[in-house]
Design a protein around this ligand. Structure first.
Ligand SMILES: CC(C)(COP(=O)(O)OP(=O)(O)OC[C@H]1O[C@@H](n2cnc3c(N)ncnc32)[C@H](O)[C@@H]1OP(=O)(O)O)[C@@H](O)C(=O)NCCC(=O)NCCS
Length: 205
């Protein structure tokens, strides 16, 4: 699997209730309130991936690391790391798709996304791409189109996560920003081809 070294992957079919031991008390309450099996697995797998990513910078046991979704503000939902109950200075991003959770933690704002390569219809393209972007994507040979569209969408979602906006972002306005570094690629997981995108704020010069 080709992923940047800063990204941690967790296969979600390994995740079960025994992994609850990785959670803080507060996280456990949230986990137990989730009723859908898929959501429970995604949520828990994402937290374990995030804590493993954070452990690369701080050698602390899982329960001392807590990942909480920001409760309010324009970037509500953004995952944040707490160490012993205190908000950490780093930046976290989590994504899950088709049996895989990815997370990264670093010193600069970050956005990470993972999407399965699949056919997307014209109405989807109209919603998330500008006219020139759509024209370029729709002109591609059929054999490459689905992957190129998924990669372009994945990149926008990663950027929207860096901004903390998620689906609240105006996707038509999300182009490449100069102060950011983007990397992206594909990986094979089971029978699925998945696109991933990682966008990071560059250090101030
Ligand atoms: C961020 C968002 C685009 C992710 O959607 P997705 O591509 O379907 O899902 P992914 O698996 O790639 O990402 C999910 C993760 O994004 C993160 N996330 C959620 N909101 C976020 C935000 N505002 N900024 C950055 N990251 C966010 C979370 O860590 C979430 O995983 P978790 O809930 O298990 O911790 C979507 O959740 C969103 O738009 N959220 C903000 C809007 C909102 O509040 N919607 C109500 C949701 S109930």
């Amino acid at each position: 699997m080709s992923l940047p070294p800063s990204v941690v992957a967790v296969a979600l079919d390994e995740v079960d209730d025994r992994w609850e031991a990785a959670l803080s008390e507060h996280e456990r309450v949230i986990y137990r309130s989730l009723s859908l099996e898929k959501r429970r697995r995604d949520w828990l797998g994402g937290r374990v991936a995030a804590k493993r990513a954070a452990q690369r910078q701080m050698a602390l046991p899982f329960p001392r690391l807590e990942v909480m979704a920001k409760a309010d503000g324009e970037d509500r939902g953004r995952p944040e790391l707490y160490v012993d109950g205190v908000l950490a200075s780093g930046f976290l991003s989590i994504t899950h798709s088709h049996g895989l959770a990815l997370a990264t933690y670093g010193d600069t704002p970050v956005g990470l996304d993972l999407e399965r390569v699949e056919a997307r219809d014209h109405s989807f393209l109209e919603l998330v791409f500008t006219e020139p972007e759509r024209a370029r994507l729709e002109a591609l040979p059929a054999a490459h189109r689905d992957q190129a569209i998924t990669a372009a969408w994945c990149r926008k979602e990663a950027y929207a996560k860096l901004l903390g906006l998620g689906l609240r972002a105006d996707f038509e306005l999300l182009g490449a920003a100069e102060a950011l570094s983007f990397v992206q690629g594909t990986l094979q997981f089971g029978d699925a081809t998945l696109c991933w995108a990682l966008v990071e704020g560059k250090e101030a010069a």
